[in-house]
Write a protein that binds this ligand. Structure first.
Ligand code: FUB
Length: 303
């Protein structure tokens, strides 16, 4: 009998631990999380969903995003909100305020942090000396690129590649200055021709390149990936990282990061907004690789 009581207590403890885990950002809606490790901490650069202001002439059933916050943590449970780093009203080249600050990324190169953000169909850049800012928005977007959801892959040889989406995924090499493309923008071949809209995330592990992306294979997005021996491809689709949201959130958007020798998948769902899936919340779960480098499917931790 004692064993049974102990078992039940352990079970309750496990449930309350899981309860404490997801979603990880609790003071606001957050989506499209790019997690990066800088200076021994995980920095999280998500987009920031807000309820649509009623006094503006905006689509009521759509994404509404006016700025970006950055968060950091050294245990993936306690997150510090460092506040707003970039806001739509302070982008010098932006001609129309449209509440469309979608999925961003941030990388460290040449002693600086480069924050890439999509707005108005272009990719803006802001730079800082520290991962949490303050950031200065550069006076023009990345020339030659139109699209959303930038992801920058910094390769081991120091070269940088920018992936973006616009109904398909494209890649271009970045010049050493990190703000101009070096050569043509290329469409990634061999990926699904339908249902691939947005959200690329690219990374390297053990000499293999992974291009991961949301794909609408059925009704809503699920996370899939392709692999290659080189950053610009050719990539071959391999499989599914995470199935469609159990709560039917139409989008999913993610990043994969190694922190303290464990891989993690950051993604989002609609934990705090069951009736409106454009107000999302960032989540995290462990991710593991098989011996051959393929990825084991991640099952989301439920609340
Ligand atoms: O957050 C707005 C858009 O929804 C992102 O750009 C997409 O990846 C999807 O999550």
């Amino acid at each position: 009998k004692m064993k049974l009581i102990f078992g039940v207590m352990l079970g309750l403890l496990a449930v309350s631990f899981v309860n404490a885990q997801n979603p990880i950002i609790r003071n606001q809606f957050s989506a499209d999380p790019t997690a990066r490790v800088f200076n021994g901490k995980v920095y999280l650069y998500p987009s920031h969903d807000i309820p649509t202001p009623q006094d503006k002439n905006l689509r009521k059933d759509w994404f509404c995003m006016a700025d970006y916050h950055v968060f950091s943590s050294d245990n993936l449970t306690d997150w510090t909100d460092h506040g707003v780093i970039v806001t739509q009203t302070k982008v010098p080249w932006l001609t129309k305020i449209n509440y469309d600050m979608w999925a961003p990324d941030c990388v460290f190169k040449n002693g600086k942090y480069y924050f890439y953000f999509p707005v108005g169909g272009r990719v803006g850049v802001a730079t800082a000396d520290k991962p949490e800012g303050p950031y200065t928005v550069l006076d023009k977007p990345v020339e030659g690129i139109r699209g959303i959801d930038p992801c920058v892959l910094l390769d081991k040889d120091g070269k940088a590649y920018i992936f973006t989406a616009m109904g398909r995924i494209s890649v271009a090499k970045l010049k050493d200055n990190m703000i101009e493309v070096d050569g043509p923008v290329q469409t990634i071949a061999n990926l699904p021709t339908k249902g691939l809209i947005e959200g690329p995330f690219a990374m390297e592990r053990n000499g293999k390149y992974y291009l991961t992306y949301p794909h609408v294979a059925n009704q809503i997005e699920r996370l899939e990936y392709a692999m290659s021996d080189s950053p610009m491809g050719p990539y071959q689709p391999v499989g599914v990282i995470m199935d469609e949201s159990p709560s039917n959130c139409w989008t999913n958007h993610h990043s994969i990061v190694n922190y303290k020798n464990q891989w993690y998948l950051f993604y989002h769902d609609r934990d705090y907004s069951p009736k409106f899936d454009k107000n999302r919340s960032v989540r995290v779960d462990s991710l593991t690789f098989n011996a051959d480098g393929t990825i084991k499917k991640v099952i989301p931790t439920f609340r």
